[in-house]
Design a protein around this ligand. Structure first.
Ligand SMILES: [Zn+2]
Length: 334
């Protein structure tokens, strides 16, 4: 067994009071808790794969406090507790806990082994669905992400909101590990701790505890707009940047850049300003460099070559360096 993983069959004392700032007192290591319920199969819920994204903790505390006996069993996985305690997505030197699930491209290490073990345990019996709860750093609508466009996954996404996001990269995310096993979605619940995001996640989880089965009919088109990520937009390490058009940086964006989340940017709209030749690096779903296909620089202005929607924009500079600035989306086409 992976030495990091704690396995419990009941909630520890203080579960309902614990905050992320002291979470290691209750959960010193990543922990999988199996809670009994009335009707199988169980629901798998993962929280805190990104340590600072604690709406999932609040939602599951609210959910579990509602029941003496759960309508269906739950496997609850509490992920990166050491990062959570420091209110960080991931600590320096750690593996990103949502990049090391089965199917990952990173080299095997203790964390890939940990996630493989979690999947192995929770899939010994059938699962009803797998839900991974996250937050965004920017101002985004709530939406579910799927990595496999099945009818069940679309129903799951539509239960959460009318926007669903399809992505195939990065590899190694938890939702992808459940493809072919059960319906699986990542919930993006707005900024960490926002009441409305917590309530929204709680309602979905509660719905899944009671749902008998996913509908057999296809999802109505007006119930779900499926968009897909075409590319990931990174800022090279040697390019300085700012969200202030007056800043003396290699690359500048409007201060309200995050309001462009899920809005269409046309090929004639200015995306950013730059004083360098290669201010951005854009990679497609296969990880190939498509910068030249997707964008162009003209007279110090960055333009996209076709209409696209940015999503998951963050203005947090350390997250931009660690992860990416945003994704570029288009309507999903099979
Ligand atoms: Zn996250």
């Amino acid at each position: 067994m992976n030495e990091q993983l704690t396995i419990l069959s009941e909630l520890p004392e203080r579960f309902f009071d614990v905050e992320i700032s002291s979470i290691c007192e209750v959960f010193p290591t990543p922990t999988l808790i199996h809670l009994n319920g009335r009707k199988s199969p169980a629901l798998f819920v993962s929280i805190l794969l990104h340590g600072n994204e604690y709406s999932g903790l609040k939602a599951i505390q609210a959910l579990l406090s509602k029941y003496d006996i759960l309508p269906r069993p739950i496997y609850l996985f509490i992920g990166n507790v050491t990062a959570a305690q420091q209110n960080c997505r991931v600590l320096p030197g750690q593996t990103d806990f949502n990049r090391c699930w089965p199917g990952t491209e990173i080299e095997p290490n203790a964390d890939t082994q940990l996630m493989a073990e979690v999947v192995e345990i929770v899939t010994r019996d059938r699962l009803f669905a797998a839900i991974d709860i996250h937050n965004n750093t920017g101002a985004n609508p709530h939406y579910a992400c799927m990595t496999d466009v099945t009818q069940d996954n679309q129903h799951l996404a539509a239960m959460f909101n009318h926007i669903g996001l399809v992505f195939k990269r990065p590899k190694g995310v938890s939702t992808m590990a459940f493809n072919g096993i059960c319906p699986a979605a990542t919930l993006e619940c707005g900024k960490p701790g926002e009441e409305i995001g917590i309530k929204h996640a709680l309602e979905l989880l509660d719905g899944l505890l009671h749902l008998d089965h996913f509908p057999q009919r296809p999802v109505a088109a007006h119930d779900l707009q499926l968009v897909q990520s075409l590319a990931t937009l990174n800022i090279p390490d040697d390019v300085s940047f700012d969200f202030n058009l007056c800043a003396q940086s290699d690359l500048t964006f409007e201060s309200g850049f995050e309001l462009k989340n899920f809005t269409e940017i046309k090929s004639t709209d200015i995306f950013a300003f730059t004083r360098v030749e290669n201010p951005l690096k854009i990679t497609n779903q296969e990880g190939e460099d498509v910068t030249k296909d997707v964008m162009r620089v003209e007279n110090g202005k960055v333009y996209l070559n076709k209409t696209l929607m940015p999503a998951m924009i963050t203005l947090d500079k350390s997250i931009i360096r660690q992860d990416c600035l945003c994704y570029l989306m288009t309507d999903y086409q099979e």
